[in-house]
Every structure is written in structure tokens, then in C-alpha cells.
Ligand binder design. Structure first.
Ligand code: SF4
Length: 310
């Protein structure tokens, strides 16, 4: 499998997306490195629609080339199409460069694997009762495996806890195609590309925000509870919910581990926002976040998911 990742023409007006040229990837000679589970060969970054497990895009999925393009592309009422469009976005030059450089250079432990090297779409139940919102993909985790929280230490903690809470079928999540499945649960990152030092700039956060807002809007009818992992996810969720018409108190509810806020939605339903410290190594190594602490939040989420609507 080969083929260059589609690059937007530089002479497009800033407000446009473009359709990547159609490409029959199956007709191209096989090069690249083998996917760790399927053995299929992929270049890094992985070309859209080339057969990567769970790749929502095709070679003709429109690519958002800037902030206006993101806003435009995020206007779809089809969740699968939204996932596809997110997964090929190129609106933030610094993050596109970083994610692709990491995908090419790789970490020594994964030198024999292809790296996804593209934005990470939301993943899980399309009609979730629980929505988990993190910060951004890890350079050698989601940016390698193509699936949110998959293939890094934070994900190890998170999936083990989700499994104990009855929200994931397996305690581990190592690669797309590994049989992991979320139960009435969906996961997203507030910013969809791996950032240097895990720090998106405010401009990158704002450019990416329409993807999160659109995704929350498309699944909100079934969501009983949103779990924000860290203050970054908490703030992103509150911004998105306010823009979607939820009643967010002023001053805004404060993030903390175990914090909970009930937010009335248009139409009378209520969504519960739960805060948890992020299962980053910085938190788990230092004991700031323990397994019982994370379990308590996710079990609370499970209880809310099981409870009748407000
Ligand atoms: Fe696109 Fe978001 Fe990635 Fe920026 S961070 S390139 S808006 S997916």
C-alpha cells in the first residue's frame, strides 16, 4: 500500500475545503510497514481509505484546509461523515507538521509499525449514554494507532477502569482492530491532533472546536453524562454545550476531581458533567490520580447512564 497523503493546494481561498483526488489505492504497489494486527502494509501517515481498521475516510473525503473550512465541514448531520472529515483535517499547520513528523520519525519501540499520523476521530457508540472527553491524542498513542486513547499509558488506565465499570468489553486497547468495543460510551478528544508537549495553542484549540461542538451536538440526544478528563476537556465541553444552547451557569462550574454539574439542555433534558483528573502519567505516577479515584468517577457515570432521564 502506498500513496501520498493528499495535500491541499496552496492557492485555495481560505474559506474552502477541497476534494482530494480520487485514488484507487488497491491498485498501487505494496510498500510501507505492516499493521501490528492485520499485517497489511501502510505508509506513515496512513493514506485515507487505504484499509486501516476503522478508518472512517475515503480518498475523496473533503479536507478542511483552514478554520473556515473546519466550520464548514463540521456542518453535517451524519456522524460517520463527521468522523471521516475530522480524520483528514489539515487546518492547523503546526499540528499537521508535528503529527506527520512524529509518524515518520517514530519512537524506537514502534519503529517497525506504521503510524496513523492523522487527526483522531471520535470513537464508540453512535448513540452513547456516556461521553468521555480528553485533551488530545498522544504522539505515540492515538497518533500511532489511529484510535483515541489507544496504545499509550493513559489509555491503559482509562480502558481498564471503563472495563471495571462495565463500559468497555476489554480491559485493554492496543490497536485499531483489536476487538475492543465501548458499551453505551463514546470517546473524543477536545483537540484532534497530537500537539507538541501536549499543549495546543489557543488558536489551535479554537480552530478545532467546531469538530467537538458538532460531535456533541450529534450525539447529545442520547447522552446522560459527560466525563471530562482534566480541566482542558472540562472547559471545552462547557464551551461546546453553551454554544449548543445548554444553560451553563456563570461563573462557570469549576473543574475538580469528582466535580459534578447538571446542565439543562434545550427541550428540558439535563446532562450531567463529571470531572476526573486526566489519567496522564504525570498524575498516575505521582498518585494524584489512583485507580479507585478513576473507578469512582466512571462508576458514577455508569449509574447516571442507567438512571431514568430527568
Ligand atoms: Fe484539524 Fe483539529 Fe487537527 Fe487542527 S487540531 S488540524 S482543526 S483536526
Amino acid at each position: 500500500m502506498t500513496g501520498e497523503h493528499p495535500t491541499p493546494p496552496h492557492n485555495l481561498p481560505r474559506s474552502e475545503t477541497y476534494d482530494a483526488p480520487s485514488q484507487d489505492v488497491s491498485a498501487l504497489p505494496a510498500t510501507g510497514l505492516p499493521h501490528p494486527l492485520t499485517g497489511q502494509l501502510f505508509d506513515s501517515p496512513v493514506p485515507a481509505g487505504g484499509g486501516w481498521p476503522g478508518d472512517p475516510a475515503t480518498a475523496t473525503t473533503p479536507v478542511a484546509a483552514d478554520q473556515v473550512g473546519v466550520t464548514s465541514a463540521a456542518r453535517t448531520d451524519d456522524l460517520r461523515e463527521l468522523e471521516a472529515r475530522v480524520s483528514v483535517c489539515r487546518a492547523c499547520p503546526r499540528l499537521v507538521g508535528w503529527r506527520e513528523d512524529v509518524a515518520t520519525a517514530k519512537r524506537r519501540a514502534f519503529a517497525g509499525e506504521p503510524y496513523w499520523g492523522r487527526p483522531i476521530a471520535g470513537w464508540g457508540d453512535p448513540n452513547p449514554a456516556v461521553l468521555v472527553v480528553g485533551l488530545a491524542p498522544a504522539a505515540h498513542g492515538g497518533n500511532r494507532t489511529g484510535r483515541v486513547f489507544t496504545g499509550d499509558r493513559s489509555g491503559d488506565w482509562l480502558f481498564a477502569s471503563l472495563h471495571r465499570a462495565g463500559l468497555a468489553v476489554q480491559p485493554t486497547s492496543v490497536a485499531a482492530g483489536d476487538g475492543q468495543r465501548l458499551l453505551r460510551t463514546r470517546m473524543v478528544a477536545a483537540v484532534r491532533c497530537a500537539p507538541p508537549d501536549n499543549k495546543p495553542t489557543p488558536a489551535e484549540r479554537d480552530t478545532c472546536a467546531p469538530w467537538l461542538r458538532a460531535e456533541i451536538g450529534l450525539v447529545l440526544a442520547s447522552v446522560r453524562c459527560i466525563v471530562a478528563l482534566g480541566s482542558y476537556g472540562w472547559d471545552a465541553v462547557l464551551r461546546a454545550l453553551r454554544e449548543l444552547g445548554a444553560q451553563v451557569p456563570r461563573p462557570r462550574p469549576r473543574f475538580g476531581h469528582g466535580a459534578q454539574s447538571e446542565l439543562p439542555l434545550p427541550g428540558g433534558a439535563v446532562v450531567h458533567l463529571l470531572g476526573s483528573y486526566h489519567p496522564s502519567q504525570q498524575n498516575t505516577f505521582t498518585g494524584r490520580l489512583t485507580e479507585p479515584m478513576l473507578d469512582a468517577v466512571l462508576r458514577r457515570a455508569r449509574t447516571l447512564a442507567d438512571s431514568p432521564g430527568d
